[in-house]
Ligand binder design. Structure first.
Ligand code: HAM
Length: 430
């Protein structure tokens, strides 16, 4: 058996739920990050980049042992040295780790950070859900002021407005830890009374985390949930005041939102404000969350830090944003429509071609070529297929004379131009 025939076909495919970005989508993704970063910079955020691996405990303690993310979806590994690491399933816990590690608490507060890149969750792949997915995140760390919840929601909203798609914002409050304790008690009692009416899956969830039952997608539980106690009725004055202030700031900024008392989000670190950006399919039904976030005033303490570090942030799902956004909206600055196609003929011309390509690069003229080809009509054919308006033809004679033929692909009009004058000549072309 030959060596190649032994290769398992699956080996030649990306792992399930992971994909390659090539062609237009590569540039669209890059264009999105460029746009999102630009907006974040204007809103006062600075960039940060963290490793994709963190100590596993950052997530078990930070995101929570009983969340779907940690219980089922996290990718963990043990290094040869025996450390237990995890591929980051989200960005917030790592950002808080970095804030503490680098003593950012001693800088003027709060700290505004943005980040982006790949995240990993072992979920069942489907439309808009991948095992390696991309997020763009914003975090404001070091203040509990409600105006910051609003500025996070506003910045995320403005980034999403760039997609050209209709977006709405759902918002809720989970109150502070005192409220949460009280509410969990009420919720457990409610579900105990309705034990016979909720799904078996949710009965198991109830023991570990009743808030997840509230978020259930099981049809029988959804019906029961209609009568579930709401956190709003449990709020203490501090939590009410905070939520009211966030809503007032959003109103003042004319940011549309809908209060949704069933919104709890799937991560344990949230307190007070939680929100999600949602979009609709062609039937007007809510399709999926394009992003979400909230306040996490106790995350630092969950992770073992002695000080309280109030913070608020969001994560946007880049894969989903790319899927729903209009074509051409995210075009990175480095991608330019080529105006010139460089054609060379013969050994001499091929060898000197590098000079011409370099002149074009220095003068910032986007250029395509097919240097490996030798035949004129083939190269002209490629220029036509790519709808490139001008061809630069560089044959044996031109290579010796130090000239280039500039051909208008539409009119077929040709000018012979000295290489030294090329850049000036091209400037005059439309
Ligand atoms: P999250 O809601 O788990 O929040 O994720 C944020 C967004 O990432 C989701 O709304 C969704 O658009 C996208 N997303 C999540 N999982 C997948 C997946 N498997 N495939 C494609 N897209 C996905 C967080 O991660 C928090 N760290 C957000 C945050 C920041 N909260 C405070 N600060």
């Amino acid at each position: 058996m030959s060596r190649s025939s032994k290769i398992n076909k699956d080996l030649l495919q990306a792992p399930k739920g992971m994909r390659d970005f090539h062609g237009d989508i590569f540039y669209k993704k890059q264009g999105f990050f460029e746009k999102a970063q630009e907006i974040a910079e204007y809103y006062g955020f600075s960039g940060i980049e963290l490793p994709v691996l963190e100590h596993e405990e950052i997530f078990t303690k930070g995101v929570g042992d009983n969340t779907d993310i940690v219980e089922k979806e996290i990718y963990t590994l043990k290094t040869k040295g025996g450390s237990k690491l995890a591929l980051r399933p989200e960005g917030t816990a790592g950002i808080m780790r970095s804030y503490i590690e680098h003593g950012m608490g001693s800088l003027p507060q709060p700290i505004f950070l943005y980040y982006g890149g790949p995240f990993f969750r072992h979920e069942r792949p489907q439309k808009g859900r991948y095992r390696q997915f991309y997020q763009f995140g914003l975090e404001i760390i070091g203040s509990e002021n409600a105006v910051l919840d609003a500025i996070i929601i506003q910045t995320g909203y403005q980034i999403l407005m760039e997609t050209g798609t209709e977006i709405s914002i759902k918002i809720n409050t989970l109150g502070d830890s005192e409220v949460r304790k009280e509410y969990l008690k009420k919720l457990k009692l409610f579900y105990k009374k309705n034990k016979g009416r909720i799904s078996t899956k949710d009965l198991e969830r109830l023991e570990k985390n009743p808030l997840r039952v509230l978020d259930s997608k099981e049809p029988e539980t959804i019906i029961v949930n209609e009568d579930a106690p709401t956190i709003i009725d449990t709020l203490n004055p501090t939590s009410k005041k905070h939520f009211k202030a966030v809503l007032e700031y959003l109103d003042a900024a004319h940011i549309p939102y809908e209060i949704d008392h069933t919104l709890v989000r799937g991560l344990d670190y949230y307190t007070h404000t939680v929100f999600e950006y949602v979009t609709y399919n062609s039937n007007g039904e809510e399709s999926f969350a394009l992003g979400g976030g909230g306040r996490y005033d106790e995350l630092a303490n969950f992770m073992g830090h002695s000080k309280r570090v109030p913070a608020v942030g969001l994560g946007l799902g880049v894969d989903r944003i790319l899927e729903i956004s209009k074509e051409e909206v995210f075009n990175p600055k480095i991608r330019k429509k080529p105006k010139f196609f460089f054609i060379q003929l013969g050994y001499e011309a091929k060898a000197k071609a590098f000079n011409i390509i370099e002149i074009m690069r220095k003068k910032k003229y986007p250029l395509k070529h097919s240097l490996s080809k030798n035949n004129l009509s083939k190269q002209l054919g490629i220029a036509e297929t790519l709808s490139i308006p001008y061809a630069l033809i560089f044959g044996q004679k031109e290579a010796i004379d130090g000239t280039v033929i500039v051909r208008d692909m539409k009119t077929r009009k040709q000018d012979t131009v000295k290489i030294v004058d090329l850049a000036d000549h091209l400037k005059k072309l439309k």
